[in-house]
Design a binder for this molecule. Structure first.
Ligand code: PLP
Length: 416
């Protein structure tokens, strides 16, 4: 084939997206897996307990299974068969979401502002596509790595500095013990602000007053907030907001991401949604209209069966069964939090989230503590440094294990 640019034969023409080469290797979970496999190989008799990965373990609730079975049967019958789903998702699902997650909490969100998706990961990655490349992003440090990674791929982050572990065109907002893991307003003005509460990995939350300050700030400087509320179902304290739309003025500056993964066990089923209020505009164009065009959507990629499963999450039976399931993980979080605290560790999170964020003892780095825990307690957690530079010196344990394993893990840590 001839390259029309150079006129040379056998020279390919396509070019790769070189931004992908700037991605720092995602070594976190592969390094963990390698270390655990090596240890297990050398210590075959040891029983390793995994409290590291953020995946759920409880099976789907009966009300959800029932809805899925029914939907499967409908698909096998000519009268009830469904083909391509409506591009924004089925009305039956968007209506129950708008009512239960928003209107019942006093938030003015309508069903036609909700976009069903196959999960918050995809949406949190894809949402940046509706913004120009020269926008500057601000992210919490530490945080779920998808926000930065997808902006790296889009060429919005500048160069990576190995020494600092940061991209030079990203505003990192430190979340530390000193600020109770809630970032201060940045000195440099961002265009796109990513906030995630309850936070992964710190498990910490933001109060309504603090969130209101962010909403006021975004409206003042003309920024947009992308608010990831994937863990809102774990909030136990009355005064903590479940949605950014509990704040006044959020409709003109905030997009919210939600997931069915951690509240209903859909990590394998795949279901989430994004709320884009109609009032967020730039130069007369609404973000709502742009998100409608995401990846040229002509139909929704989330199957009918899954959307019916999502609807069952809001049925009376579904709600009761999921309260129990979330309660199960909350019990684990409590057990981890209390167990570590009683042992003398400094711990955060755990109260309104399935994550406990602990300070590593003494001067141990996150990875040093990982090794200690693996070797001395046969417990696997996640080194905090994997979530950003400010995560160094911290360690994440998750509540998604069984009661028995969680209890055993804490006993072993106590005896270390
Ligand atoms: N947002 C945060 C903060 C997460 O921690 C995760 C998963 O761990 C996700 C989104 C992904 O959610 P989903 O399973 O809906 O893609």
């Amino acid at each position: 084939m001839m390259n029309y640019k150079t006129g040379k034969e056998d020279e390919s023409m396509f070019e790769i997206n070189r931004n992908y080469l700037k991605l720092p290797g995602n070594y976190l979970f592969s390094t963990i897996a390698k270390k655990v496999a090596e240890y297990q190989e050398a210590n075959k008799e040891k029983e390793i307990i995994r409290l590291g990965i953020g995946d759920v373990t409880r099976p789907l609730a009966p009300a959800i299974l029932e809805a899925m079975h029914k939907a499967v049967d409908e698909m096998g019958c000519a009268e009830t068969f469904r083909g391509y789903a409506p591009e924004q998702g089925y009305q039956f699902l968007r209506t129950v979401i708008a009512k239960n997650d928003y209107q019942d909490r006093g938030c003015r969100i309508e069903a036609d502002e909700i976009f069903i998706s196959d999960g918050a990961k995809c949406d949190s990655g894809n949402i940046q596509e509706i913004f120009a490349k020269n926008n500057k992003i601000a992210v919490c440090d530490p945080v779920y790595p998808v926000y930065v990674d997808t902006n790296v791929m889009a060429g919005r982050t500048g160069k990576f500095d190995q020494k600092t572990g940061k991209f030079d065109d990203v505003i990192y907002m430190p979340c530390t013990r000193e600020n109770h893991f809630v970032p201060e307003l940045p000195k440099e003005t961002p265009d796109i602000i990513y906030l995630c509460f309850p936070n992964n990995p710190t498990g910490e939350v933001i109060t309504k007053e603090e969130l209101q300050r962010w909403v006021d700030y975004a409206n003042k400087v003309g920024a947009v907030i992308i608010y990831d509320a994937a863990y809102e179902a774990y909030i136990t304290q009355e005064h903590i907001p479940h949605s950014i739309y509990e704040c006044e003025g959020a409709r003109t500056c905030a997009i919210e991401l939600r997931s069915f993964s951690k509240n209903a066990g859909f990590t394998g089923v795949r279901l989430g949604f994004t709320v884009v209020p109609k009032e967020i505009n730039r130069d007369g164009v609404s973000l709502h209209s742009l998100w409608f065009r995401r990846q040229g959507t002509k139909y929704n990629g989330t199957p009918y069966i899954v959307q019916r499963a999502g609807e069952a999450v809001y049925s009376e039976k579904g709600k009761a069964q999921l309260r129990e399931q979330i309660g199960y993980y909350q019990e684990n979080a409590k057990m981890i939090y209390k167990g570590l605290k009683d042992t003398g560790y400094t711990v955060y999170g755990g109260v309104n989230s399935p994550y406990v964020w602990m300070k590593t003892p003494g001067t141990k780095t996150s990875w040093e503590f990982f090794d200690t825990l693996l070797h001395e307690a046969n417990v696997v957690g996640t080194p905090g440094s994997g979530f950003g530079p400010c995560g160094e010196g911290y360690f994440r344990l998750t509540a998604f294990g069984t009661h028995e394993n969680t209890k055993k893990a804490i006993e072993r840590i106590k005896n270390m």
